[in-house]
Ligand binder design. Structure first.
Ligand SMILES: [Zn+2]
Length: 512
């Protein structure tokens, strides 16, 4: 570039910088009606463009996993949830793509709850240089540790297994993060109680409210306090159910200008069945078949709920006193955390009795070691094995499936919603064979689904929860597959006249 041109460019740049910092406007565009633009000093416009709040949907956009919402105000950036993508390979591969924000420049991460699709990417972000605090409820901190360590272990195991068997396309296959990364991550967890305002980074203030979805689960009320009145946001997190077993009802939502709401069950209601009746029928049919009843369960929440319900059925003599094997070290530890955080659930220790305690008992066997897990291959029915992962994508249940699926005497029980692309979904949809560890395993076992176990609000629950919110400027529906999210969007547009949008992955919106 010629020298004169360089000098001219420098002068223009210098002038723009100088004028933009003056407290009064020096350049105007005068409209036909005589109005002048800009009507504000350049300095104000400059500052507004810097401090404009915006949100970017880096996960759980038109899908149910990978929750990550980046909230930015000026140079402040806070990530709400840091979940892992799960389900089909195409989604899981997103965990391996370059992270779409600079982990080092994040001021804080704030978690709604401990589930892997809300916390499972956190060690990866720490590995990439995030050093700030991770705000979460006390129970979420305890559960998130378990979930992240378990996730690291599953990934380490899968990578090792793939390398041993040579069926990975990558050589060597690597875990997304390992146990050391999780050790580093848990040092950053910062326990934060419900109901009190906290400031992860100015000007963003937040307050937790009970979401009733999992032990320690919260929705997040946000105030951006660089303006008067503050700009108000509400992140629903995962909304729980009304009158469900185990958890409190979701707290009433505070008023907000912008609502970021989940839509997992936006287009359907849970069947109106009595959960105990439904489970009794499934167990009775399994006992008649004579084999083992293998229950796929999330280690946290679902497993405790299942043991509790089975203990109730036993106490009421509605099912035989079957042995129950809880084959998940994480579920065994989580059971202890449930006992410690009684403020977070409806169970009281005295709800059952000494012979049928709430979460354990003489016929409830906790299998922690690998040897104890392997020994379950010898177990003959009738018996119940509860194992994870809940959607059968990994964990010890994969080995149990290999052993139990080919025998028609056995029963495989799926709890609630199975995400698209998971083994659980394929089994639910009646697949003849399931691919595991490079082998096709025939599905001859009976397959049953117990739907009422979901910890998610259904369509009616969501509408009931949303009812007290007067009129937000904008609603973003996330954490739902496209059909669910679009159906709920249509409903809210029609019945509430709300401005509703279902964002795509990576979409950014300014919050004004
Ligand atoms: Zn959840």
């Amino acid at each position: 570039m010629p020298l004169q041109l360089r000098v001219a460019r420098c002068m223009v740049l210098f002038s723009v910088l100088l004028f933009s910092h003056l407290p009064f406007p020096v350049i105007f565009v005068v409209g036909r009606d005589g109005t002048r633009w800009p009507t504000k000093p350049f300095s104000d416009l400059f500052i507004e463009s810097i401090y404009m709040a915006k949100i970017t949907f880096h996960g759980a956009a038109r899908t149910v996993t990978g929750s990550k919402y980046l909230l930015e105000v000026g140079n402040t950036s806070i990530l709400v949830d840091c979940g892992m993508f799960q389900g089909p390979k195409k989604l899981r591969q997103k965990n391996w793509e370059p992270t779409p924000f600079d982990a080092k420049s994040l001021d804080a991460v704030v978690l709604t709850h401990a589930h892997l699709d809300h916390t499972g990417f956190l060690p990866r972000v720490v590995k990439q240089g995030f050093e700030g605090k991770v705000y979460c409820s006390p129970a979420t901190a305890e559960l998130a540790k378990l979930i992240m360590f378990d996730s690291a272990k599953i990934q380490e195991y899968d990578a090792k297994y793939a390398n041993k068997k040579g069926f990975s396309k990558h050589s060597p296959a690597l875990p997304l993060y390992d146990s050391q990364d999780v050790e580093d991550t848990i040092k950053q967890l910062f326990e934060t109680p419900r109901g009190k305002w906290f400031c992860p980074a100015e000007p963003i203030w937040m307050r937790y409210h009970d979401a009733g979805h999992l032990l320690g689960s919260n929705m997040i009320e946000v105030e951006i306090r660089d303006q008067d009145p503050p700009l108000r946001l509400l992140f629903s997190g995962d909304v729980g159910r009304y009158d469900g077993p185990l958890y409190h009802d979701p707290a009433p939502p505070p008023e907000c200008d912008y609502l970021i709401c989940e839509s997992t069950y936006g287009n359907r209601d849970h069947p109106e069945v009595d959960l105990l009746d439904a489970l009794e029928k499934v167990v009775s049919r399994s006992v008649r078949r004579g084999g083992v009843m293998l229950m796929a369960s999330f280690a946290i929440g679902r497993a405790q709920q299942l043991i509790y319900l089975l203990q109730v059925l036993k106490k009421e003599n509605r099912i035989p006193d079957l042995p129950i094997y809880l084959d998940s070290p994480m579920a065994c530890k989580a059971t202890g955390i449930y006992k410690a955080h009684t403020e977070d659930h409806d169970l009281s220790e005295g709800e059952l009795d000494a012979e049928h305690p709430v979460l354990n008992g003489p016929r409830v066997h906790l299998c922690r070691s690998t040897d104890e897990s392997k020994a379950l291959n010898q177990v003959k029915g009738p018996a119940v094995i509860i194992s994870s992962s809940g959607m059968m994508t990994g964990g010890r249940i994969v080995h149990h499936l290999k052993k139990r699926l080919p025998n028609p005497e056995n029963t495989v029980v799926l709890g609630g919603y199975m995400a698209y692309g998971t083994r659980g979904r394929r089994i639910q949809e009646g697949a003849d064979t399931i691919r595991m560890h490079g082998m096709e395993i025939p599905v001859r076992a009976a397959v049953e689904t117990v739907s009422g176990l979901s910890g998610h609000a259904d369509r009616s629950d969501l509408l009931r929860w949303l009812k007290p919110i007067p009129n937000p400027r904008q609603v973003f529906l996330t954490h739902g597959e496209p059909d669910s999210a679009e159906a709920l969007a249509e409903e809210l547009k029609t019945t509430r006249d709300w401005n509703v949008h279902v964002p795509d992955l990576g979409e950014t919106h300014e919050l004004t």
